[in-house]
Design a protein around this ligand. Sequence first.
Ligand code: ZN
Ligand code: ZN
Length: 409
Amino acid sequence: MSLDLAAIYRDLHANPELSFQEHRTAGIVADTLTGLGFDVITGLGVTGVAGVLANGDGPTVLLRADMDALPVLEDTGLPYASSVRGTDPDGNDVPVMHACGHDVHVTCLLGAAERMADERGAWSGTLVVVFQPAEELGGGAESVIAAGLYDRVPKPEIVLGQHVAPLPAGFAGLHPGVAMAAADSLTVRVHGVGGHGSRPEAGVDPVLLAAAITVRLQGVVAREVAPTDAAVVTVGQLHAGTKHNIIPSEAMLGINVRSFDDGVRTTVLTAIERIAKGEAAASGAPREPDFDYIDRFPATVNDPDASERTAAALRGALGQGRVFDPGVVSGSEDVGVFATAAGVPLVYWFLGGFDPSLFDPAVLAAGGMPQDLPSNHSPKFAPVIDPTLSTGVTALVAAAREWLGAPQA
Ligand code: ZN
Ligand code: ZN
């Protein structure tokens, strides 16, 4: 069989599914892999799919894609734009769009699976492909590992993957070392004593308490993180109360943290808890705040030696000048969970997805990203089909072949 990747992509794009609801996508993946001769495991961490192609002695390589879409109302104007709606984890009716390009990842990995199956005379070893749910929530990779992935497929020597980005199609960006930030989202609920707005002396005001925490948190990065390290603490939600003249009994803060180093990450999260508890005590709160970690992404760390070897393979396949270093990105990913769980190196690169004529070569040469293109998660995020898909397939195949064995005599 020969896969029509453009048709698969347009179909996936028009039929996006929210995190942990990727049933249709997983079905397409499983059917396609079965048709290609892979041994297929489904239902990993709800909807995850793994395929194994055993092809003689040699190393095992894992290629990973993510399948979920986002609650975004598509505004690309594409003929295959999504008009799908879904239900989010809170039960809200929301629009759904592949605004992060995971449909590109699924399509490219299916294309790579086909190429590897067709060309099995050219390599030896075992290819494992994993299509995970719920990258956007941060729990998808972990759920696949928790479902016993490595008890059910051979443990790989390396984990490889790619993410489509606002870079020129035909190009790949690979940064050795820490490539993407760790991200933590937490809800802090502070408790006061509610009462009448005219009698503050009879209550403990959680609004003032939440405001004091918000202000004091601005000192974490400024005063507790070394100037040579980086972190971000953002209070993105602050909710309390129902009426002008009622002192509420509690308030909530929604906080997001980005960091690039485990030590800094611990410092910042510890400081947030310390400050919230300290301010609660200073306010005379009846009890300590509650901390609820919503999603947690580890930093994405590309093994330096493995990155160099993989980048050379990508240059060989895409062209010498077509692989560059985009620097560290403040976005986050859970792909590293697969490598950490296996105790093996990770190499994760960015795949260009936009019309190359939109890019100023001088800006790119300086390692800059254009500021005016719709980024991932934008309602206007619209990768071009050609040559994004073919480049993504070529990159995955080249990287996998680099780490698999030579054909057996
Ligand atoms: Zn995303
Ligand atoms: Zn993504």
